[in-house]
Design a protein around this ligand. Structure first.
Ligand code: HEM
Length: 144
């Protein structure tokens, strides 16, 4: 009898482990790229909110380079939301998403150029654009 109970308990535990492994919300490759650019973006935004400090230009450049690298890695990926759509709608969403991400890459390149030219007014404008693109991108392509 004791042996029988042990078997039941072990089987139940095995089921629970399997369920939690498969039930967990795994991060998508795109979510991983997004998370990887988030820290640099937040630091940069914070710095510019209190007025950019020319002495920290090198740090800003590094932060933009990190964001840019992950934005480039994101272009070919597919938003999880697109995977839940019918084929035609999925194709459309992928095209719209790719175009939006390419636009952000362009903005990041302009931001980098402005920082390299020590043009902080232009850099601020590009960062404002990036923030808008980020909000619009999340509203359009991110699952609730
Ligand atoms: C500097 C700019 C951006 C930052 C810092 C950023 C940050 C993030 C973060 C933190 C997440 C959540 C990741 C998670 O679930 O763990 C996310 C998700 C997402 N972002 Fe961004 N994002 C940016 C720009 C964009 C742009 C421009 C687009 C679209 C063109 C976009 C599309 C998405 C999508 C679709 C998801 C959901 C992930 C998925 O579907 O797999 N993001 N982003």
């Amino acid at each position: 009898m004791t042996h029988y109970f042990k078997t039941i308990i072990l089987l139940s535990l095995a089921c629970l482990t399997t369920a939690s492994t498969f039930g967990e919300d795994e991060d998508t490759p795109l979510a991983k790229e997004m998370s990887a650019m988030n820290t640099a973006y937040r630091s940069l935004s914070k710095a510019f909110r209190s007025g950019p400090n020319p002495e920290q230009r090198a740090e800003y450049v590094t932060q933009v380079e990190i964001i840019l690298e992950h934005a480039k890695a994101s272009v070919e990926l597919v938003p999880a939301l697109a995977n839940s759509l019918a084929p035609a709608a999925k194709t459309n969403m992928r095209a719209d998403y790719t175009a939006a991400m390419q636009k952000s890459i362009q903005t990041l390149e302009q931001l980098l150029a402005a920082l390299e030219a020590e043009d902080y007014a232009a850099a601020t404008d590009h960062l404002v654009q990036l923030k808008k693109q980020k909000s619009a991108g999340h509203q359009r392509f991110q699952e609730d």
